[in-house]
Design a protein around this ligand. Sequence first.
Ligand SMILES: CC(C)(COP(=O)(O)OP(=O)(O)OC[C@H]1O[C@@H](n2cnc3c(N)ncnc32)[C@H](O)[C@@H]1OP(=O)(O)O)[C@@H](O)C(=O)NCCC(=O)NCCS
Length: 398
Amino acid sequence: MPGNGVIRRVLPDEMPRFTSIHVQAWNMDPGSFNPDEAELEDSRVLAVEGDLVAVLFLLRRDTWMGPDRVPQVGLGGVATPAEHRRRGYCRALLGGVLEEARASGDALSLLWPFSHAFYRKLGWEVGGRALEVTLPLASLPGRSSGWSACPVDPDSEAHLAELDAVYSRSVQEYNGCLVREPRDWKRKLSRKHERRFAYLLRRPGGGAAAYAVYAFKDLDHFHRRMDVRELLALDGEAHKALLGFLRDHDSQAREIQFYLPEQHPLLYSWPDRPQVTYRDAFMLRVVDVKRALEGLTYPGEGEMALNWRVEDPLCPWNHGTFRVTWSGPRCTLERLDGSPQADLACDIATLSGIYAGHLPAGAARVLGRLRLDGDEGARLSWLRRAFGRRPGHLLDFF
Ligand SMILES: CC(C)(COP(=O)(O)OP(=O)(O)OC[C@H]1O[C@@H](n2cnc3c(N)ncnc32)[C@H](O)[C@@H]1OP(=O)(O)O)[C@@H](O)C(=O)NCCC(=O)NCCS
């Protein structure tokens, strides 16, 4: 810790300073920085000699890694006042927060980076990239008969429960989506400053099976685009019905833009090439190697045991060599003493990228980030099978 710093939540009499740090860092309108008491409880500041020298917010929500719910802490609003930058204050705050996260039972940490290189140095790695896919609205399929669309009322607990049921099941196709609480749905759908619309699609029998959240963007006079921020469906029929519902907005917009993970079915379903651009990439860090690896369900094909050496200067509990033993769908980790022979060796950012399923183990090896000893082919194909199965996707911004 630089100087005699202390990490804690922000205090009431520090609010003017705390606000000005955020306003300057994010070029915000001062009136729009209004964290509520629960958010302030989850603020963390590094205070040195009574001054705030680095700040952030925690978002403690489990994340879906496929069907597994893994405890996670999201980090947002990370900032160091301009006059205190490049003195190690942000690193010190992140190190303290990771220690707290581990003590609270978290296994992972997610964030939206301003720079990949900055957070990679601190142990995060890209967990998934979002694509923007733009299509003429009139190219969507027509309405599916028998399906009905219902506008979501953010004050209706029944609607939020239906939305959450579709969301929770469908995001298990991906790695990284957060487990949402009712207050997250409320906040997402009732933001007063944004015109955002959400509709549930119900099957002919009545059950909710898909939903979309969207807004309109004015491009120029009489030319609008529909921006679909969330598009989730339980199966192929529901997906088609949802597109059919969106198609009926052709009187309001010419184009439709979807925010999608890599490998989404929409990317493969158009005869003409859709316009695709990479938008954002979120990053994931393994906070606790043992808890994170033991928390996943593996394909369950056979047995494997490897000594995995991990370098993690920021989190000493991860730094060292682990005996990782896979048996069926589970794996266990045991920390080894001394300097045992390692079958795999990498830094924590590389392990995080492989764990997220975004960094292929083979690519990490080519880049010199993953070192293998012994039967390289068998080890690489084991890592591919164990981790490389799902695209990363994170639908919440923080
Ligand atoms: C990004 C920011 C938080 C960095 O804070 P900081 O206290 O200066 O960072 P630290 O001094 O702890 O630096 C940690 C490491 O990153 C490097 N670093 C610092 N700022 C960097 C930058 N802008 N770009 C690349 N690397 C940077 C440091 O050199 C240091 O590396 P080292 O350990 O190898 O020497 C600060 O510049 C800031 O508040 N920016 C505006 C808000 C923002 O963009 N926040 C991040 C949102 S995701």
